[in-house]
Ligand binder design. Structure first.
Ligand SMILES: [Zn+2]
Length: 277
C-alpha cells in the first residue's frame, strides 16, 4: 500500500474504530487567537489533514512569544496569523488556510465574523480574556456553531477545556456560576505562560475536535488540569434551561454582549462577578 502523510492516522481505524480519516478534508475549523493554544492546535489540525483552517488574530509576534512553538526570532514584528498561515501551508500544503488580522470584537468586523462562523464546522478558542470568551460564546450559540473553549490560569500552571455544542451542552454562560480560576480578570494577556501546559490544553482541544468531526468516542463535559498536582478533574455539566444565552427563552442575546466593551463596562462586569461570589 502506498504510504502517505496520513497512513499512520488512518491506521487508528484498524483498532476497531469506525472512522474514515479522509472525512476530515471536508471540514472547516476556526482558531481564535494564535497564541499559546492556537499555535499548537493549528499545527496539529494541519498535520491531521483538516480541510480548511481559518485563523483570527490581530497581534504581532513579540520576543515574549518565543516560548511558544511556531514563532522564531525572524518573525518578531510580523503578524501572528500571517506567520502561522505560512507555516501551516509549509507543514501541510493539502490544507486551505486563511486568516483575519482582526480583533473579533471590533464592531467593523462583526458581520464578516458572523459570516465566517456560519461556514465553520467547529471553533477552537484560544483567547485568554473573559469579554472575548463571552462574545464568542454568544456568537457561536446564536449561529449554532460548536466551539471548544479552553484557557490557562494566570500562573500558566493549570487550565480547563470545555466543549460547547449549542443547545445541547452547557454553554460558557451556563457555567458562569461555577467558580473557576479566572485566566485573566482584566482582559490583559496572561502574565505567565508555560508552553507545556498550553500544549496539553491545546492537544485536548484537538482530541475533542477529532471525536466531534469523525463521530467516535465520548466527548468530555468540562476538564480541569493542574500541573502542580498532576491531576485531571473531570466535571459533569448540565445546560441551564434558564440560561440567558442558550436557554428556552434567550434574552435578546444579540444585544446581550456588545461587540467592543468599554473599559467602564468591563470594570462593572468584573465588579459584578466579584459581588456574585
Ligand atoms: Zn447557556
Amino acid at each position: 500500500m502506498t504510504q502517505t502523510r496520513y497512513t499512520r492516522l488512518k491506521a487508528i481505524k484498524d483498532f476497531g474504530y469506525d472512522i474514515d480519516w479522509d472525512d476530515l478534508k471536508q471540514f472547516h475549523i476556526g482558531i481564535i487567537g494564535v497564541g499559546g493554544l492556537g499555535c499548537v492546535s493549528s499545527e496539529m489540525a494541519a498535520r491531521c489533514g483538516v480541510g480548511k483552517i481559518t485563523l483570527f488574530d490581530f497581534d504581532t509576534v513579540e520576543i515574549v512569544n518565543l516560548n511558544r512553538s511556531m514563532f522564531k526570532i525572524e518573525h518578531i514584528g510580523q503578524l501572528k496569523a500571517r506567520v502561522a498561515a505560512i507555516t501551516l501551508k509549509e507543514i501541510n500544503p493539502d490544507v486551505k488556510v486563511q486568516y483575519y488580522e482582526k480583533d473579533i470584537m471590533d464592531p467593523s468586523f462583526e458581520s464578516a465574523f458572523e459570516r465566517e462562523i456560519e461556514q465553520i464546522d467547529i471553533i477552537l478558542n484560544g483567547l485568554d480574556n473573559i469579554p472575548a470568551r463571552e462574545y464568542l460564546n454568544v456568537k457561536c450559540i446564536l449561529l449554532n456553531t460548536p466551539f471548544i473553549d479552553a484557557g490557562a490560569s494566570r500562573s500558566g500552571l493549570s487550565g480547563y477545556i470545555h466543549p460547547i455544542i449549542p443547545y445541547k451542552t452547557a454553554c460558557a454562560k451556563c457555567l458562569s456560576s461555577i467558580s473557576i480560576d479566572v485566566p485573566d480578570e482584566r482582559g490583559e494577556p496572561c502574565v505567565a505562560s508555560l508552553p507545556s501546559t498550553m500544549a496539553i490544553l491545546a492537544s485536548i482541544q484537538i482530541q475533542e475536535m477529532l471525536k466531534y468531526l469523525l463521530k467516535f468516542g465520548q466527548m468530555i463535559d468540562y476538564l480541569m488540569y493542574d500541573m502542580v498536582t498532576g491531576n485531571f478533574l473531570s466535571y459533569k455539566t448540565k445546560r441551564d434551561e434558564n440560561c440567558l444565552i442558550c436557554g428556552k427563552e434567550p434574552q435578546n442575546i444579540n444585544n446581550y454582549v456588545r461587540p467592543k466593551i468599554s473599559q467602564k463596562a468591563l470594570d462593572d462586569y468584573i465588579d459584578n462577578i466579584k459581588n456574585e461570589r
